[in-house]
Design a binder for this molecule. Structure first.
Ligand SMILES: NC(=O)c1ccc[n+]([C@@H]2O[C@H](COP(=O)([O-])OP(=O)(O)OC[C@H]3O[C@@H](n4cnc5c(N)ncnc54)[C@H](OP(=O)(O)O)[C@@H]3O)[C@@H](O)[C@H]2O)c1
Length: 254
């Protein structure tokens, strides 16, 4: 029973690991025994996290790279191949939502910027990870989507377009890669307190408007997404693929 939630000696790669949800996912996976390759653009924060994980007996490897760059991610996956020869878990968590404004106030630059990180980055990573996930035999991908990937959210239309695509991409890939022993799932968090949402959490009116939608009357914490990631990646979820798990305090329940 307790081993069903362990990832001892498994190799995991987490994007967007320096802050927020990805930081928490990296900590929880390392605690569960995984060797965690942590990717984001800010090397200093990754090294700090590496030290923190090591102080608790875990193993983590910081790799500074931009997920929007196929070249930079190519170097990361090459390193994984040389170092481990396989990958058991890919967590596509890096994402951006830089604007909170009406669709007609956005422009093509916003569209290109968000697609490059939230979608094209995932595309590269899945493509590059495929031989390594296949080599591991019993492996999985967890894509961090959003409730914006299943319902419409005002003032983040372009962001929701990327997350909606990510949710259906997850399901399509699950059907294609099941024969290779690769499960592909997604998480759809609601409002989680991180740098990404600090603009809303720090504005009393927007905070109240948002809390009105949430039956649990509080925002989520990064570790509440991280534990769901661990479940999806662990042997406990061995028959789960093509699933999008909602973690939103009840936001989408009504
Ligand atoms: N917070 C929420 O309420 C919420 C809800 C639903 C879904 N999500 C999703 O959860 C994921 C994490 O969000 P968060 O709230 O933790 O955001 P966050 O606090 O802003 O952190 C974003 C992470 O992504 C990394 N990142 C951003 N652009 C990158 C790039 N081009 N290449 C590599 N790394 C990049 C950042 O690191 P660097 O700056 O070091 O590169 C950082 O580690 C995102 O996909 C987001 O859409 C969040």
């Amino acid at each position: 029973m307790e081993n069903s939630f362990r990832l001892d000696n498994k190799v995991a790669l987490v994007t967007g690991a320096s802050r927020g949800i990805g930081r928490s996912i990296s900590q929880v996976l390392a605690e569960a025994g995984a060797q965690v390759i942590m990717v984001s653009r800010k090397e200093g924060l990754l090294k700090e996290l590496e030290r923190e994980i090591a102080s608790k007996g875990g193993k983590a490897f910081p790799k500074a790279a931009d997920v929007a760059s196929e070249e930079e991610m190519g170097f990361v996956f090459k390193w994984v191949e040389e170092e481990f020869g396989k990958l058991h878990l890919l967590v596509n968590n890096a994402g951006i939502s830089p604007h909170y404004r009406l669709f007609h106030q956005t422009d093509e630059k916003d569209w290109d910027e968000m697609l490059a990180v939230n979608l094209r980055g995932v595309f590269h990573n899945c493509y590059l990870a495929f031989p390594l996930l296949k080599a591991a035999g019993d492996s999985s991908i967890v894509n961090v989507s959003s409730i914006g990937g299943i319902i419409g959210l005002p003032k983040v239309a372009v962001y929701t377009a990327t997350k909606g695509a990510l949710t259906t991409f997850t399901k399509a890939l699950a059907t294609e890669w099941a024969p290779f022993g690769i499960r592909v799932n997604a998480l759809c968090p609601g409002f989680i307190e991180t740098d990404m949402t600090s603009g809303i959490a720090g504005n009393q009116r927007l905070k109240e408007e948002t809390l009105y939608r949430i039956p649990m009357k509080r925002f989520g914490r990064p570790e509440e997404v991280a534990y769901a990631t661990l479940f999806m990646a662990s042997p406990a979820a061995s028959y789960m693929t093509g699933h999008c798990m909602v973690i939103d305090g009840g936001w989408t329940a009504w």
